[in-house]
Design a protein. Structure first.
Lengths: 115, 112
């Protein structure tokens, strides 16, 4: 039972490079989320999706793009990496939005460093 | 402006004693709260939740208390065990299912 799978686990990017953080869930959850966690800060919502083909901005969307072509996959794209995007990125999913007895299921995270 | 605050970045407790982690919020529209636990190199995992219609919810060694008038909740762990050493996040949402807002976390160390 895989849950939410994120790849890669670690990545170092040079300024201006681009990359895609992959996220896949096998629980048939409609809702998926991308968060970033900076040291000493709570998780900040970047983008979320309420179903295939539907995405929306969260609190900190600048510098990122997402797509949701299938229920399972929710990749996060960084087009022009900047040092401010150095962070740990978490993908999460839930069967419904917000209120849930069990909250979100999170992936194990991607640690990204931009140099 | 942090809507969910955890003012203690870290807490150390002896094994077998009680751990109390605190969380304060500013948005009066929040009425559903969760605690997550996070080990290093892992994603957060759900621990316990409480809705505003209750003031207490208990699950084994974990109890969450909610004081709506003070906009304060706390997580009690009794007795604390070394395996409880982790970062604990408080999260809140409103009754209409808005996205959760997370606090910055408190690192709990349970000393043997």
């Amino acid at each position: 039972n895989a849950g939410v799978t994120q790849t890669p686990k670690f990545r170092i990017l040079k300024i201006g490079q681009s990359m895609t953080l992959q996220c896949t869930q096998d629980m048939n959850h409609n809702y998926m989320y991308w968060y970033r966690q900076d040291p000493g800060m709570g998780l900040k919502l970047i983008y979320y999706s309420v179903g295939a083909g539907i995405t929306d901005k969260g609190e900190v969307p600048n510098g990122y793009n997402v797509s949701r072509s299938t229920t399972e996959d929710f990749p996060l794209r960084l087009e022009l990496a900047a040092p401010s995007q150095t962070s740990v990125y978490f993908c999460a999913s839930s069967p419904e939005k917000g209120i849930s007895n069990y909250g979100y299921t999170f992936g194990s995270g991607t640690r990204l460093t931009v140099v | 402006d942090q809507q969910v605050k955890q003012n203690s970045p870290s807490l150390s407790v002896q094994e077998g004693r009680i751990s109390i982690l605190n969380c304060d919020y500013t948005n009066s529209m929040f009425d559903y709260f969760l605690w997550y636990k996070k080990y290093p190199a892992e994603g957060p995992t759900f621990l316990i939740s409480i809705s505003s219609i209750k003031d207490k919810n208990e699950d084994g060694r974990f109890t969450v208390f909610l004081n709506k008038s003070a906009k304060h909740l706390s997580l009690h762990i009794v007795p604390s065990q070394p395996g409880d050493s982790a970062v604990y996040f408080c999260a809140a949402t409103g009754r209409y299912g808005q996205n959760f807002v997370f606090g910055p976390g408190t690192r709990l160390s349970v000393l043997p």
